[in-house]
Structure formats: C-alpha cells, structure tokens
Design a protein around this ligand. Structure first.
Ligand code: DNO
Length: 346
C-alpha cells in the first residue's frame, strides 16, 4: 500500500512540502488540468509536474484523471481519433514514471452533491446529498467544482440531447471498445487503468450509469480480463449504494484495485447522506473492515484519503482541504500498520 494525497498542481493552495510533512505520505495524485478533454498532454507539462514532485521528495505515480471524451462514451465515429490521443497520454504518463491512471465513464456529469457546506454541530462542514433536492434541479444549469466547467449552457444542452436513446448496454459496449483499444498502450507503458465508480451509483437525469455494483465489475473483467483494467475503489461512491457490501467487494477485487479512495459517509435516509471524518465509527462505511479485506487479499495499490470535512476554520475547496485529509491519511496509515503487524504475528 502506498499512501498518497490529491494535489491540484501549481494552482493548489496546499504546497507540496505541507503534503510531504504528513507522516507516511509517499506521493501525490495529480493531473494536467488546463488542456481540453480529448487532447494530448505535452510531455513537457508532465515533466514539469514531475520535477516539482521530485524536488519535494514526493512520487508522482498516480494521475487523476485523464478524462474520457464524450464522443468515446457516445461511441461516435470520431471516437477513434480521441482514443489515439488517449493512448498517447498513457504513453507520455508512463515516460515520467506514472503507474496508475484514474478515469471515469459517467455520461456528462461527474460526481453529484446538493450541498458543499453541510454544517455539522461542531462547526465543521462537508459535502452532502439530498435526492429530492437534486431531482428539482435543472441538469442543463448544473455546475459543481471539480467538474469540466468548459461547457457553455448551449453545449451542455446539445450534449444531453446527444445521449437520448443511450442504454446501459450501449454505454457498456463503448467502455469495452475503449478499454480494448487502449490496453496495448497500457501494456507498453506499464500503466494500470483504474475506473472510478459512478457517484452516486445510480442513473441520473435519465443518463445511464454502469459502474455501480459488484455485478458491473464482474461483467467488466469478463469482457476485458487484462490486469491493467482495474478499479479505483471509492468507498464514498460505492458506499452510497446500500446494496453494496464493501468489505466483500474489497476482498474479491483486491488485486484489481489499483487505487483506493477512502472516504466516510453517514446515511440520513434510504438514499441521502452527508460525508464525515474518516473513522469507522463516524458513519456507515466500515473503513477498518475494508482495509483489513485489502490487506489480507494482496492489495498492492495506492490509497488516498478522499473528501475531508472543512475544519479548524480552513477555507478550502470543498472536500479537499489540508487538515481533515491529513488526519484521514494518518488514521488510515495507522489502521494499516495495525492490521499488517497483527497479521504477521498470527
Ligand atoms: C471527486 C472525485 C472524482 C474523480 C473522478 C475520476 O471528488 O473523486 O471527481 O476524480 O470521477 O475520474
């Protein structure tokens, strides 16, 4: 297991040396953020990021994300050119020592939340999800931080229209087509692909979502068995689905889990939730059992503390402050050390 921390590049207000000061931190998870989706990232841009990480004595072995162009998800004739660009990105990432690329295959929208500043009694804030509130929103006017914000309202409308008639089966076929096409580049570059689950794991605004539950992974690995085809095991996304048994899934797929996002959430109804500090007792995700399942089943991937609360007056990007993610990282490293040591003693 390697503990990592998401870093939004040179514009991130959290400096690399602060990240290095978190005990047990091996490296950062980052990306080139200002190149439009579907284009090749210049090697020099990756080299620049790598130099900064080297200077801070942090590894840069995980990229989150290389986004997938919507034409690939839609299966349009133009997809092949975008796939070629994606392959070049994989090769370029490999050249600077990247070992794992996180991506998702959610149509149009990435993660969805209705409150970025949900207030806790102790003054902390965190992200929250309320289904009824979301259903009342107009998808054509939605914006959340961290998404691709480059669409104009007209472009977003046109994109939503182009998904009319898209089924789960077609979307899955388009994912398999994409993965089969890029696997040779992954083999050549020694890079693992780690698909992020749909967040939350159910259909949204009539758009199909296909990476939500155990059977979805079974189907994915049956279709593309190459071990470079793997998972970003996001406990917050999968955990929002009451139907998912996370420790069971972590054990079953431990060797396919190239990257784990460990995050806590607390249910407030059958479907709603808010995010919380990482400890197991603070929510419905059994972080301790998940770590145990990973450790016992040969997990060798990267971990990062996901979405923290905003605490101690920090004015941070929602979910991505320094303080609570640093606490999360040390909690997770402590759990891991305890599990590994007790395993050796048995
Ligand atoms: C949210 C993140 C996601 C994730 C992408 C991966 O905080 O976990 O935005 O980076 O879905 O492609």
């Amino acid at each position: 297991m390697k503990m990592t921390f998401r870093w939004y590049g040179e514009n991130d207000c959290i400096p690399l040396n602060y990240i290095k000061q978190i005990q047990g931190m091996s490296g950062v998870v980052t990306a080139v953020y200002d190149v439009p989706v579907g284009q090749v990232w210049e090697l020099s841009r990756l080299e620049r990021l790598k130099e900064l990480c080297d200077a801070a004595d942090l590894e840069m072995e995980v990229i989150e994300s290389v986004p997938v162009h919507e034409d690939i998800k839609l299966g349009l004739p133009t997809r092949d050119a975008y796939i070629e660009a994606y392959k070049q990105n994989i090769i370029n990432c490999g050249k600077v020592g990247v070992k794992c690329i996180c991506y998702n295959f959610m149509p149009v929208f990435d993660w969805l939340r209705t409150d970025l500043y949900f207030k806790h009694k102790d003054g902390a804030t965190s992200l929250a999800y309320n289904h009824d509130t979301l259903m009342k929103l107009d998808p054509k006017n939605l914006r959340l931080p961290g998404w691709d914000e480059s669409y104009t309202a007209d472009e977003l409308n046109a994109l939503l229209d182009s998904y009319k008639g898209m089924t789960h089966e077609k979307l899955f076929d388009n994912l398999v087509y994409f993965l089969n096409a890029i696997m040779p580049a992954c083999d050549e570059a020694g890079v693992n692909m780690a698909i992020h689950p749909d967040d939350p794991p159910w259909d949204m605004f009539g758009l199909p979502r296909i990476i939500c539950k155990e059977e979805d992974y079974d189907r994915l690995f049956a279709a593309v068995p190459n071990m470079h085809n793997g998972i970003t095991f996001c406990t917050g996304s999968l955990g929002a689905g009451r139907f998912n048994d996370l420790p069971k899934m972590a054990a079953k797929y431990a060797k396919r889990i190239h990257f784990a996002h460990l995050r806590q959430l607390k249910y407030t109804s059958d479907i709603d939730f808010f995010e919380n500090g990482h400890m197991t007792e603070l929510g419905n995700v059994d972080i301790a059992e998940i770590m145990k399942a990973l450790a016992k089943n040969g997990f060798e991937g990267y971990v990062r503390p996901d979405h923290g609360r905003n605490i101690w007056g920090e004015d941070a990007k929602p979910g991505y402050g320094l303080f609570d993610r640093a606490l999360g990282a040390t909690y997770l490293s402590g759990l891991w050390e305890g599990i590994v040591k007790s395993e050796k003693e048995i």
